[in-house]
Design a protein around this ligand. Sequence first.
Ligand SMILES: [Zn+2]
Length: 137
Amino acid sequence: MKKPKPPYNEKTQIRAALRMAWRRHPNLQIVLKRDRIERPYVKKDGSTSSRPRVFYKCVLCEQEFKQPEIQIDHDPPVGPTPGSKLAPPDLTWDAFIDRMFCKPERLKIVCKPCHSRKSKEDNARLRAANADRLEQV
Ligand SMILES: [Zn+2]
């Protein structure tokens, strides 16, 4: 069954637009170049192609994947959107943008299954930390 579409939310849209801008950031190309693993491509007839096969190693499960199967993870995570339920009240958009548009050192290659598992864990941790904070008020 399809989930009903959530009502229009300005902050969610801004976050999505920032993500789109981030996807074109030169640091992503730096990371893809940095972590690229090239293996010779041996053709069916036994000869080696002049173009190697390119793989990336997931930092979590340490398996190798082709580029469509990997994602680039922020470590530590970008965290909540300013003004959202899980965000600290003093979180600014500048701080959020700084965390999203970060240096290559904070960017790690992960496979899609590991990334979705890690994101779930990060969000659960965030909700737990948030519950503690709300109890203190
Ligand atoms: Zn993995």
